[in-house]
Design a protein. Structure first.
Length: 62
């Protein structure tokens, strides 16, 4: 079986986002690498907060 099919959907999606948007290339400067890592962390925090807000809104609407 293919390894990709066995992976978690969320992990696979985050890995795809990382490879397309936040991938660190050897040509990047140190500041750019740090900026990309920080941007990835901020993106993940934003996604978690958005998920929590959605769950909270659904629980109040129910």
């Amino acid at each position: 079986m293919n390894k990709k099919k066995q992976e978690n959907y969320l992990r696979e999606t985050i890995r795809d986002i990382y490879k397309t948007v936040f991938e660190i290339s050897p040509d990047d400067s140190t500041a750019k690498k740090a900026g990309k890592k920080m941007a990835l962390i901020m993106f993940l925090i934003l996604m978690v907060c958005g998920t929590l807000v959605t769950v909270l809104a659904i629980s109040f609407a129910h």
